[in-house]
Design a protein around this ligand. Sequence first.
Ligand code: XMP
Length: 521
Amino acid sequence: MRNLSVNKKKIDTILVLDFGSQYTQLIARRVRELDVYSEILPWDIDEEKIIKLNPKGVILSGGPNSVTNSFTPRVPQAIFDLNVPLLGICYGMQTLAEQMGGHVISSNKKEFGHAELEIVTDSLLFKNLNRKVNVWMSHGDQVQDLPDEFELTASTSSAPIAAMQHKKQPIYAIQFHPEVTHTENGLLILKNFIFNVCKAHDDWKINDLISSRVEEIKNKVCKQKVLLGLSGGVDSSVTAVLLNRAIGKNLTCVFVDNGLLRKGESEQVMQTFKENMKLNVIKSNSQDLFLRHLENVDDPEQKRKIIGRTFIDVFDSEAIKLKDVKFLAQGTIYPDVIESSGSESNEARVIKSHHNVGGLPDEMELDLIEPLRDLFKDEVRRMGIELGIPKEMLERHPFPGPGLGVRIIGEITKEKTLILQEADNIFIEELINAGLYEKVSQAFAVLLPVKSVGVVGDERRYAEVIALRAVETVDFMTARWAHLPYDFLEHVSNRIVNEIEEVSRVVYDISSKPPATIEWE
Ligand code: XMP
């Protein structure tokens, strides 16, 4: 399958060179919040790609390594040869210092958290900032001696060289993290770099982007047919509506109802996309097929595999029925691309498996079209709003591909699915009513494979146990259990036990990730 990402018009670009920091994506997102296009490349990328990108400026990210060790990442010569402004952040500063003749030491005074930065020299990077700024630090190493031709621009009490700049060239470096919200005026520092130092233009606008993407898709697809697996999630929904705007009925969306969706979800997806937005959507009612395949299976991995395989079978058989399809569209977004790029610096990262679309039969020979491939989730959401997708659909918590299949612990049956859908619906409804839905990153109910004794009125009830799970997280790689108010939990628990007679008990999951995962299976 050939991959045809949609070509972009050439606009000003800031390159973020990745040294493996957990904040790298955040730096790129912040740049884009300023309406300037940014792209992330790993530090060990092929130099040709750096040259081809032709950036207006480069930000060197932080990273987990120590420049005091040999064989740790360095800024490649191609970056210096670009002759464009550079901004080193944390590890980016340390390697710049080391490579340009300074000296870095491993300090035994590690600094994590807030620090007061004192600006000691005028700098374009700190324009319009007060002399004292609260910043966010996270480092062990620090610059001990400035490189030749550099001057000190700011200090903190434990990092005397907390910022520096080249005396003649537009090269800046800071030990703290301007991309995190804990750094006061961090965005202003990035703004100063991008607009005052790099002189980049703010020409990355979602509205312009929609019209240019629509044109690009039209030119690529012409009158040919495109197939898309629509899950109702943000990425596939926005891809579907964007393609529909470009090519209308030449797009066919296949929505597979596997019976493991949230309460009312199947109807909502069809209502929104087919009835209201007039997309060409085929729904495959495959609930019974999935249940049959899952009969007597209680192993989590096996359940996942069966759900994945059945999905592919159903999708394939729908696809084969369609004539003359030339393209397969996918809602791949930028974090998926970054996380699966095979660079050395990305090796340690977790790669999320995709369950949207499986492998199609080779004889279909479809070309892949991924119009959101360079967008972050918040940009996809903004695009979705502009395209008229209801806000409630775009702001829903993530939902795993195997759906309720991994939230019914043990064997899956239709009865259990109905109980879980009801309990989950009560929990979500109450979170929304209490204004808590947006405050947590993901929330759901889980049906446990144990029964417990309860007493309702004067009656003994030996029935199911529901666990409630709610987490707060930025990247879903780590998560903290959400400290929901006791009164709220009490209310939800009462509603579940009173309204669902098959349930006798509700528990709240207080495990964080790690060591627990967000889903139970
Ligand atoms: P875990 O359970 O690994 O989940 O902590 C992290 C995030 O990923 C979601 N998740 C999945 N998403 N297919 C998906 O598309 C899957 O198989 C899958 N498993 C977990 C989970 O809901 C959470 O947001």
